[in-house]
Structure formats: structure tokens, C-alpha cells
Design a protein around this ligand. Sequence first.
Ligand SMILES: Nc1ncnc2c1ncn2[C@@H]1O[C@H](COP(=O)(O)OP(=O)(O)OP(=O)(O)O)[C@@H](O)[C@H]1O
Length: 257
Amino acid sequence: MSAPLLELEKATIRFGGLTAVSELTLSVVDNELVGLIGPNGAGKTTAFNMITGVYQPTSGEIRFAGKNTRGIKPNRLAGFGIARTFQNIRLFSSMSVLDNIRVAARLHNGEGYFSALWRGKAWKNAEAETERNAIELLEIFDLAQHRDELAVSLPYGDQRRLEIVRALATRPKLLLLDEPAAGMNPSEKDDLMRLIRFVKERYNLSVLLVEHDMKVVMGICQRIAVLEYGIKIAEGTPKEIQCHPKVIEAYLGAAAV
Ligand SMILES: Nc1ncnc2c1ncn2[C@@H]1O[C@H](COP(=O)(O)OP(=O)(O)OP(=O)(O)O)[C@@H](O)[C@H]1O
């Protein structure tokens, strides 16, 4: 097995008296798709917020590509290759679909004010590359025909997929997906599963997926970690997780047996 791209070692975060994530040890290797599941309030989004630098762990360590991320700001971590989507859609609603992607890619490229003003050859090359990349992603996600429409005018499922496209436009190594199937209908969910698998291979991504839909999680994850009250209670393959007594008791319920 290759060295982990992402490693959490006893990562803990406390908010006042509440330990939202407690001594979480978890790793994701190159090109691996790992699920992070658990009941509401278990600490999944908080774990994402620690990985992306939004929160600093109270104790423990998080490493990305072997480097301790402590104290590194979210925008710099994004530059190192960590991208995420959010539980609640956060598109620029008054921008077109294509502009949403362009903005994300430009921020990632670190385009400065003067280079944008000057618009030299390097700027033009980077711009053309951004455009090609954005259009390829829109085609993969079947959104190319909507490229000039306002993001807000897209149906809900398309907006969710656009969020993933926007994250991918930053050319990440690690993609964190926070409930990407929320609110999707069954055929959109099937499509989403196919797309996540496809882009993982196409761009050689590692993916950490938070998702409540068990069909999606069990269908695409290679490995799954389960949180309850901030504590990892189980980790294993989808098959192992489905029949893990602690997981059934805490989360999946009798229906899963
Ligand atoms: N900034 C904060 N300040 C105080 N408490 C917080 C903060 N962020 C999260 N929490 C608390 O940490 C716990 C874990 O929340 P978190 O949102 O990570 O859960 P989750 O597993 O993502 O839940 P869900 O599935 O409902 O999204 C909750 O009790 C939450 O209220």
C-alpha cells in the first residue's frame, strides 16, 4: 500500500465542554475512496473543517502529503491540493455556470491583480487551459449545455453536481465531499455514483465522502470509517461495516441486518 496522502493521528477538537471529534485516526491513500459516516452530530463535518484548516485540532496531528497542516490557512491548503464541497450548496448564484468554475480555478492558480490587468502571454495560456479544463469537466458532468445559464437557475441536482465540478476545477489531489447526494432523486444518485467513480480514475483523485445515503456509501466506498459522538467506533470494507454490531446499534439500525 502507498504512503497515505491524508493522515489524521488522534485528531481531537473541543468546543467548550463538547468534544466534537475525539482522537480520530484515519488515513486515505492515493486514489482511494473512503467513506466517513455516522449519525447527525457525530463530527463528520467538523472532521472536514479540521482537514481543510477551517478549525485547528485541539490536539493530535493532521498530515497532507506527509506535511503537518497545523496553522496552514484554508486557501493555502486548497493550493496544496485539498478541495471540498459543502453540505449546503455554496455556489455564486448570480454568476453563470462557467464563471463559477473560472473563479474557482483562478483563485486556485493564484492569479494576481496585476497579471489579470496586464493579460500577458502567460495569463492567456493559463486562461485557455482553465477554459479547456472547465469545459471538459462540464461535459463529464453533463452540464455543458448550461454553461451560460445562471447557477441559481439550475435544478437542485445539477447545482449539487456543479459544486463538485467547481471543486475539481482547482485540480485537487484530495476531494472532500460533504453529503453530495442530499436531496437528489434515485436516478440522480445513481448518476452521481458513476461520476464520482469516473473522476476518481480520470484525475487520479483520493476522495473522502461524508454521506447519509447508505446505497451510495456502500456502493462506491472502498473503506468506511464510522463516527459516533466524535469517536471512531468502526472501520472496514462496506461488507464489514454492514454487519458490524456497534455500527448496526449506533447507526444503521435493524433494517441493515
Ligand atoms: N463551531 C462550533 N462550535 C460549537 N459546536 C460545534 C461547532 N461546530 C460543530 N459543533 C458541534 O460538534 C458536533 C459535531 O457536529 P458536526 O456538524 O461535525 O456533525 P455531523 O456529523 O457533520 O452531523 P450532520 O450529519 O448532521 O451533518 C455537534 O454537536 C455540533 O453542534
